[in-house]
Design a protein around this ligand. Structure first.
Ligand SMILES: [Zn+2]
Length: 70
């Protein structure tokens, strides 16, 4: 557990992600572009979108079809 300051566990694969990103680069690029655009916005709804992403991942939804609210 020496690298936790630099990376964190990617919630969608066994890989590591940057701590300021929700997913590792490979998984991030697998999301639909509209989903990426919405998740990239850091506004009052950002936490709600992150919860939707994690809920979809928990349900084993394929990354390519995960949608989050506007
Ligand atoms: Zn990943």
């Amino acid at each position: 557990m020496t690298d936790t300051t630099d990376t964190a566990k990617c919630p969608a694969c066994p890989g590591r992600r940057h701590p300021r990103q929700y997913l590792c680069n490979t998984c991030w690029r697998s999301l639909p572009s509209t989903t990426r655009g919405r998740l990239a916005r850091r506004d009052a709804r950002a936490f709600q979108r992150l919860r939707e992403l994690h809920r979809a991942l928990a349900a084993r939804t394929p990354l390519a079809i995960i949608r989050v609210s506007r």
